[in-house]
Design a protein around this ligand. Structure first.
Ligand code: HEM
Ligand code: HEM
Length: 182
């Protein structure tokens, strides 16, 4: 049996779909990238990786701000009618949690980068002396918020898979592309 295709009003707007999957891809790539960056001894590669991490991060900030504005502006698809009140509430809380915690990761990274010597190194093209990363409070925030973000992503992804494959709802179709005429 072919599942019914969703009408436009039952899907997220295409622009939100594009932003969602682009942000997912970039954010997930940033986690191992950051770990490798932190583990490297100061050298040319570390400086290059720092630049890539910061530039990708700045891009995610811009995309996330646009996504949050669109999310606030709406209209968003109506909740699945088979969902109970608490499911809708938990999904709202997790979606806002993801957006806010992502923003905290991004801002704590940007503050550490700009205010604690990394930007100066990039501007000078030097990798020494690398800032003491154990003594930068916003970087502690960056590390803590990354842990929270990983937990939220796992929860969110598992919930999405549960709704799609166990409850057999068309959740991924809601966050995917579809033709306008439908
Ligand atoms: C989705 C967003 C981001 C993710 C998932 C992420 C992830 C990470 C991770 C996993 C680390 C290693 C932490 C450790 O174990 O010590 C790290 C370090 C770092 N990140 Fe990010 N980051 C993000 C955004 C940013 C942004 C926007 C900036 C700056 C503009 C930034 C600047 C830094 C800096 C300065 C470090 C420390 C590098 C070092 O140890 O020498 N991050 N990040
Ligand atoms: C960095 C990781 C992620 C973030 C920050 C994130 C964020 C969000 C947010 C905020 C929404 C609400 C809609 C909107 O964008 O305005 C959403 C919906 C959705 N996400 Fe994610 N997401 C992430 C990863 C994933 C992954 C890995 C999956 C799949 C396994 C996934 C599947 C979905 C689906 C299916 C929806 C639609 C839910 C509905 O119908 O209401 N997301 N996501």
């Amino acid at each position: 049996m072919h599942p019914k295709k969703l009408a436009t009003g039952e899907r997220y707007p295409t622009i939100i779909v594009v932003l969602h999957w682009l942000i997912v891809f970039l954010t997930i790539a940033m986690i191992p990238m950051g770990k490798n960056l932190a583990a490297l001894d100061p050298q040319a590669d570390k400086l290059i990786l720092m630049q890539i991490h910061a530039m990708t991060g700045m891009t995610i900030i811009l995309l996330s701000v646009v996504r949050m504005a669109l999310h606030l502006k709406g209209p968003l698809p109506a909740p699945d009618p088979s969902w109970s009140g608490w499911m809708n509430l938990v999904s709202k809380v997790v979606h806002w949690g993801l957006m806010i915690v992502s923003l905290l990761v991004l801002v704590s990274g940007a503050v550490s980068f700009v205010g604690f010597g990394f930007l100066d190194l990039v501007k000078a093209g030097q990798w020494a002396p690398w800032p003491n990363t154990e003594a930068i409070p916003p970087l502690d925030g960056h590390r803590l918020m990354i842990k929270v973000l990983i937990g939220l992503i796992a929860l969110h992804a598992l919930a999405a898979l549960y709704h799609q494959f166990v409850r057999k709802e068309q959740l991924f179709q809601r966050m995917w592309f579809g033709s306008k005429e439908e």
